[in-house]
Design a protein around this ligand. Structure first.
Ligand code: C2E
Ligand code: MG
Ligand code: MG
Length: 711
């Protein structure tokens, strides 16, 4: 802003002199030039007036009482606006010492006494004009400096005559150096450049000079405190008329933040934020390159697809943060495996170890092994990984034992497409899991056919519920002593629009894996309860209704409230409902099992163990579980009349059940001999084709005729 105090753009001048006559003369002279003039009679008063009016120009005698002109000048320079005013000291004509002191005190100029009055106004006008120009210059320099600070931008100019570099304040700040007035050496800045990049900077400057071209480059600098910045520099050379370089002008900008954001964006786009491993996209790109290289070198590539066995359960039981922790540890373990070149031998060490491991989704990782001589080497790596991952992992002080399954697909093979190679490895992993986990499998085409079929079932099953394609069949259970019906087991069927009636073994496993068993299981329970209630209302014998509960369903947190709600909605008494639980589902997570079983018992339902004898049962737990019935698996019943071993097993199961106070039902009874054997050995009930296959509701109704004796 300009310092004109007068409304009409007039400049303000302060005249300071203790000699009143001299002062008045000066004032009178200045007033002729259309200036606003204020007066003071010594240094002290001058400072007061200065503070009030901030004059554009001060004309001040040096010799004054109280405070002389030199001191007043020095003090004025310290006041707000003090550097913008022109201060002219009036000294004696040949008083060289005073002239020197005037400049030392910060005076702009001096005039000598006796004053040349005719010239005074010209001199003053010149000083005012120069002052104004200086002010403008300072203001624009200030604005430039602020703009540079905001943009984290500095500039420099190198004079080739002296080899001095002149820099803006911001340039010093960016390089973490103390500002120096005047020129500095080029080396001072070069010293800050990261050692790895010094040469590149020097080459760029040399090239710019030789080729007469501007240059731009990025480099890192290291500050005194050890931190670093990334600098973007642009410069160009100014030449004289003969083509000799005169100056080089350049700008430097701190782009560290921008670089960091770019780095972060790249990271988010290409890496998994939990494990820091490459994500699927980056991995796929890398695999693509590796396949290309393998074609050229005629070498083999193996793609390993690794999944943590039963990860969902670990996650549900221990919580998501522990699950995340586990995945991080698995990632670290796999990275270590890949880095250990001595373990695998050089031949399978990937070219780019960092990119050869990726987290694809949730608990699934992929590993690329390049330069394989034989497929067997991939098996060696897989085996080694499984071994390493089998060691206990500690999370929050808790020991967790995990196992993994690995699927392997090999290139060159049936496909050159990365996605297909990956899918094949996934299919192979699925098979490894199916066979019990903690193992690896190579992909084969046969697996693929099964995978496609499985996928079709999953897709169809999703729609089956909405389209009402599921139906229940019922199979009678007979009391062996009375020969009368004791209950029915509800067994699901899928009335597929193209495939016809689909048996549960074809789709129940898929429903379990995909989680679809939860809505399907609830539908079965509802339908079975509804049907049982309808039969009761119709006056038929009130018999027990058995419903199968899959292990996935059994572990659902809301199983008990769901059962309660379904009973409530259907109107059926809990006493006639029997839930069939498989041996394997109740023998996992035993504490939780006891809790769930107790809650179900409180609801009032009967509980039976299905397929008893096929899995592993702990007798001590069987004793603690509030169960009602053991269902002896069909595989034992099949040969009871021919295989003495099976006969012995059945007798033993019946004896155990009796001591535990449990009822027994034998499944899969197909012949009269089997029936008689069971009856003779005091098995309580039987179920099987000998009496009836599972049938639709309307076809089993006649078994429910009160008093009907069936065997
Ligand atoms: P499960 O619960 O052990 O059911 C008994 C199975 O044995 C039934 O097969 C039945 O048809 C068959 N069966 C009964 N008597 C004989 C016989 O004398 N000879 C022979 N060869 N087989 C006999 P199904 O209906 O094919 O069901 C197979 C399995 O599918 C069931 O075994 C059960 O584990 C599961 N399942 C069926 N319905 C459901 C359901 O609604 N929910 C769940 N979670 N699983 C179900
Ligand atoms: Mg059953
Ligand atoms: Mg069974």
């Amino acid at each position: 802003m300009d310092n004109n105090k007068g409304g009409g753009g007039q400049s303000v001048v302060l005249v300071v002199d203790d000699d009143m006559a001299e002062r008045l003369l000066m004032v009178e002279t200045l007033l002729e030039s259309n200036l606003i003039v204020e007066e003071a009679e010594d240094g002290v008063e001058a400072l007061e007036v200065f503070r009030r009016i901030s004059p554009d120009l001060v004309l001040m005698d040096v010799k004054m009482p109280r405070m002389d002109g030199f001191t007043a000048c020095t003090e004025m320079r310290k006041l707000p606006g003090g550097i913008d005013s022109a201060i002219v000291l009036v000294t004696g004509l040949d008083d060289m010492a005073s002239i020197q002191r005037s400049f030392d005190a910060g005076a702009t100029d001096f005039i000598t006494k006796p004053v040349n009055w005719p010239l005074l106004n010209h001199r003053v006008r010149y000083l005012l004009r120069a002052g104004k120009a200086f002010r403008h210059l300072r203001q624009s320099e200030q604005r430039l400096s602020i703009a540079q600070k905001i943009a984290r931008l500095g500039n420099w100019d190198c004079d080739f005559d002296t080899n001095n570099v002149y820099c803006s304040k911001q340039m010093f700040t960016l390089f973490g150096l103390d500002p120096v007035e005047g020129g500095v050496s080029y080396g001072m800045f070069l010293q800050c450049v990261h050692p790895d990049e010094k040469e590149a900077v020097q080459v760029a400057v040399q090239k710019a000079l030789q080729e007469k071209k501007a240059y731009r480059l990025e480099y890192r600098i290291t500050l005194e405190n050890g931190s670093s910045r990334i600098i973007h520099e642009q410069a160009e050379v100014e030449y004289d008329a003969y083509g000799a370089p005169l100056w080089m002008h350049g700008t430097v900008q701190d782009i560290s933040e921008r670089k960091q954001s770019e780095e972060r964006i790249r990271f988010l786009a290409y890496y998994d934020s939990l494990t820091g491993l490459p994500n699927r996209q980056l991995f796929n790109e890398y695999v693509g390159q590796a396949l290309f290289a393998a074609l050229r070198d005629k070498s083999k590539v193996a793609l390993l697809y690794l999944g943590v066995d039963r990860f969902k359960r670990i996650n549900d039981t221990l919580g998501h943060s522990a699950g995340d922790e586990l995945l991080k540890k698995v990632a670290t373990c796999l990275s270590d495996c890949i880095r250990c070149s001595d373990i695998f031998g050089k031949f399978v060490l990937p070219r780019e170890p960092k990119l050869s491991l990726s987290r694809l989704t949730g608990d699934e990782f992929s590993i690329l092994l390049t330069g394989l001589a034989e497929e067997e080497h991939a098996a060696r790596v897989a085996r080694r990984m499984l071994e390493m991952l089998q060691k206990p992992i500690f999370i929050n002080g808790q020991e967790i034992n995990v196992s993994c399954s690995i699927g392997i697909s090999i290139f060159p093979g049936d496909t050159e497409e990365v996605e297909v190679l990956l899918k094949n490895a996934d299919v192979a992993m699925f098979h490894a899991k199916q066979s019990g986990g903690s193992t690896f499998k190579f992909f084969s085409n046969d697996m693929n056919d099964r995978a496609v079929e499985r996928l079709n079932i999953e897709i169809g099953l999703k729609k089956a519920l909405e389209r009402d394609e599921l139906v229940l069949f019922y199979q009678p259970q007979i009391d062996l002593q009375s020969g009368k019906i004791a209950g029915l087991e509800a067994l699901i069927r899928w009335q597929h629009p193209e495939l016809g009636l689909v048996a549960p073994f074809k789709f129940i496993p898929v429903a379990e894996e995909s989680g679809l068993i939860v809505p399907i299981g609830e539908w079965v329970l509802r339908e079975a309860c509804r049907q049982a209630y309808e039969w009761q209302q119709a006056g038929l014998a009130p018999i027990r209704m058995g419903v199968n509960i899959s292990s996935h369903q059994f572990r659902q947190a809301d199983l008990v409230p769901m059962v309660k709600q379904v009973l409530l909605d259907s109107g059926l008494s809990s006493l006639v409902l029997e839930l069939e639980l498989t041996e394997s589902s109740i023998m996992q997570d035993l504490d939780k099992t006891i809790e769930t079983l107790a809650q179900l018992k409180e609801v009032g339902v009967n509980l039976s163990v299905d397929d008893f004898g096929t899995g592993y049962s702990s007798m001590s737990y069987l004793k603690r579980f509030p169960l009602d019935t053991l269902k002896i698996d069909r595989s034992f019943v099949m040969d009871i009349t021919t295989d003495p071993n099976d006969a012995a097993i059945i007798k033993a199961i019946i004896a155990v059940a009796k001591t535990l106070g449990l009822k027994t039902i034998a499944e899969g009874v197909e012949t009269e001999e089997q029936l008689e054997f069971l009856r003779h050995n005091l098995c309580d009930e039987m179920q099987g084709f000998f009496i009836s296959k599972p049938k639709p509701a309307d076809e089993v109704e006649h078994f429910l005729t009160p008093g009907l004796k069936l065997c």
